[in-house]
Design a protein around this ligand. Structure first.
Ligand SMILES: Cc1cc2nc3c(=O)[nH]c(=O)nc-3n(C[C@H](O)[C@H](O)[C@H](O)COP(=O)(O)OP(=O)(O)OC[C@H]3O[C@@H](n4cnc5c(N)ncnc54)[C@H](O)[C@@H]3O)c2cc1C
Length: 382
């Protein structure tokens, strides 16, 4: 048994775990991350990070590194039946990248700050009274507090939040790949029950493609599996094949079943606090799951500092800051999927009109303008 009783134990070295780790280290807390995988690895997938989370990367002094190795699309253009229906002007702080790039930058920062990551540590159980974590490699560790950042399938949520619901297939699956091409804009192609999102992931021709299908019967068992371009095209017969020109048959194409869990009533129990997808997985149609993980990780670290390691108060304030916003984001993301996939021609007409007049920009502003530091300051006034 190893004594890490002066450390905050973070289960999962994904976006939430690494952001929490960086913020806590910056604020003088000791941390250790327990990560199931053997090394930092990511399957081919893009990610868009919006200004609400970019501002946090700025506070962690990694914004420039992230922006320089990513892309800020000039416009986000919406198409329906291959016709342009509207666009939103780009924003320097709306950044498109790859998950791998974001994770690598967070990881490098965490290590630079003196953080420790123990790979090959697959969570097995917790003795909550001793705050002792055990792993399938027979290692055990006593820690001070536990952050459950272990993603949508979170075993710690399963065990200690017993009535919180299992992950369920959302009715959507997504094809994802990283290809090559020459693109300066992000593009949405909307269709009945389907949509495609394409954007540059860096300035060297890396392009991210995500193609989503509403399909009740598919991907129930497969969380993530390799697929082929032919299988993907079969799902998108109604779309122009050229839309997928950035992907040739040599690229790895993954088919993801998209899963969700119902909102939690509370984000903590005793000495465990949940962050990121472990707390509030959402369908990806607003591009906010990773951004919420960044907000959560940063919020927890800042509150730990503000309330000087008094975990009862930190957990209470963390919940009051995060539960409402993330629950709303789960619902808004589901709604966005419905909007993209409308089937009724009259409703589609009004949706496209809405896009033509860039009203989508105003709908996103409330999400993107959220400033977590201002929200933390407001806690004093409540
Ligand atoms: C198709 C698709 C597109 C998306 N696009 C976007 C987007 O554009 N923008 C955006 O913001 N979000 C997007 N998301 C959502 C985003 O990917 C997630 O919300 C984000 O990865 C959540 O981060 P996390 O750290 O909470 O969880 P994860 O990234 O899942 O990390 C969890 C970590 O915990 C580890 N772990 C799991 N189990 C154990 C265990 N038993 N023991 C130890 N470690 C464990 C895992 O190995 C992993 O490293 C998208 C998601 C999908 C499916």
């Amino acid at each position: 048994m190893s004594d890490y009783s002066s450390h905050i134990g973070i289960l999962g070295g994904g976006i939430a775990g690494l952001t929490a780790g960086c913020t806590l280290l910056e604020k003088g807390f000791k941390t250790v991350i327990f990560e199931r995988s053997k090394q930092l690895n990511e399957h081919g997938a893009g990610i868009s990070i919006s200004p609400n989370a970019i501002r946090i990367l700025d506070k962690l002094n990694i914004k420039d590194k992230f922006i320089d190795s990513s892309f800020s699309p000039e416009k986000i253009i919406f198409h329906y039946k291959n016709n342009k229906v509207g666009f939103i002007e780009g924003n320097q702080e709306f950044v498109t990248s790859t998950r791998q790039n974001l994770l690598q930058i967070l990881y490098n920062k965490y290590i630079q700050l003196g953080g420790e990551v123990l790979f090959n540590h697959d969570y097995l159980g917790l003795d909550q009274n001793k705050v002792e974590l055990s792993f399938s490699n027979n290692q055990r560790y006593i820690v001070k507090h536990i952050l459950g950042c272990d993603g949508i399938k979170s075993p710690i949520r399963e065990e200690f939040f017993p009535n919180s619901g299992d992950p369920v297939y959302s009715g959507y699956h997504a094809w994802r790949a990283i290809g090559k091409g020459d693109l300066v804009d992000g593009k949405f192609y909307l269709g009945k029950g389907k949509h495609i999102v394409i954007y540059p992931a860096n300035s060297e021709g890396k392009i991210s493609m995500t193609a989503v299908v509403k399909n009740k019967n598919s991907a129930k068992d497969s969380w993530r599996a390799m697929g082929t371009k032919a299988e993907m095209l079969d799902d998108f017969k109604a779309f122009d094949e050229d839309t997928f020109s950035m992907i040739d048959s040599s690229e790895e194409i993954y088919k993801w079943g998209i899963y969700i869990r119902p909102p939690l009533k509370s984000l903590y129990i005793k000495n465990i606090t949940l962050l990121g997808d472990a707390a509030h997985p959402m369908v990806p149609f607003l591009g906010q799951g990773g951004c919420m993980a960044i907000e959560d990780g940063y919020a927890f670290g800042m509150l730990a500092s503000k309330y000087q390691g008094d975990f009862k108060t930190i957990q209470k304030q963390y919940e009051s800051l995060r539960l409402k916003r993330t629950t709303k984001m789960q619902a808004r993301s589901l709604l966005q999927g419905k909007i993209y996939h409308f089937q009724n021609p009259i409703i589609i007409f009004f949706r496209n009109l809405f896009l033509r007049f860039s009203i989508a920009k105003f709908a996103m502003a409330k999400i993107w303008n959220y400033d977590i530091n201002k929200e933390i300051k407001k806690l004093d006034q409540d």
